[in-house]
Design a binder for this molecule. Sequence first.
Ligand code: GTP
Ligand code: PEP
Length: 279
Amino acid sequence: MPDPTWTVVVPVKRLRAAKSRLRGALPAVPHEELALALAADTVRAVRACPAVGEVLVVSDDARVVAEASAAGARPVPDPGAGLNAAFRRGAAVAGPRVAVAGLTADLPALRPAELAAALRAVPAGPSGVRGFVADAPGSGTVLLAAPAGVPLDPRFGVGSAAAHAASGALPLRGDWPTLRRDVDTAADLATAARLGAGPRTAGLLGGPVGYGAGMQGTVATYDASTRSGVLLLDDGTELPFPARAFDASGLRLLRLGQRVRVERDAAGEIVRVTLPTMA
Ligand SMILES: Nc1nc2c(ncn2[C@@H]2O[C@H](COP(=O)(O)OP(=O)(O)OP(=O)(O)O)[C@@H](O)[C@H]2O)c(=O)[nH]1
Ligand SMILES: C=C(OP(=O)(O)O)C(=O)O
């Protein structure tokens, strides 16, 4: 039997008011650009998910509406009564005979295959059970999915994972790190960047405002068996680097005393060690 086709409802707040806890996370990037990039990467991943037939973006923000339409999503006016009302409006537009999932718009690292796997995990058939995916900390919800004929009945907001479970929704269990990684804070953004943010968000992270771009130092210690070590920065700071930073360099080895360039993420962690001559 083929997988059912889902309609996914993605609500996006007015950019001016959205993602307030993230304000200032990228000091050189206007806040609305960051909020828009998170939503654009989320919608792009949902559109690329083979289990999804239609994407409804519930928003009153003109830029969000324009981008959503250009990306092949269908804009739905926000009723202006908060997040759950926005989800309910999207579900109503989809209609009662359609499988509807609500997804938050702050998942810039989302991989379409993880969304597809989570939607496959929703019990099919006449049981009438909704499924939800908790966010990485476990208290919030990133996805609430209702099979055809079952009302979405969204309970998003603080403590929504418990609220969804209490309302009879089934917690969907699976290793879906990019689906669970909603971005509320600067630390969440750094984690999403490590998981691999979508192109719009990555463009803001790695552009001229990139963290630590141009910082240089020398290799103080390097252990080939763990592919990790310590760098001595030009300002005298010693900075350990993990194997994944070395792996991202494309180099085969590092020599002690070798001069390197260091790329760090929003949280200050080294994500790549390269030679100063490398692009
Ligand atoms: N359409 C619509 N979307 C909303 C509304 N409130 C929240 N959202 C969206 O719901 C998702 C999850 O909400 P939060 O993580 O609380 O995001 P937020 O309210 O923008 O962020 P904070 O200001 O930091 O709480 C985000 O994608 C928001 O854009 C609303 O009233 N209408
Ligand atoms: C909107 C929610 O949470 P957060 O604001 O933590 O993303 C939620 O979990 O329903």
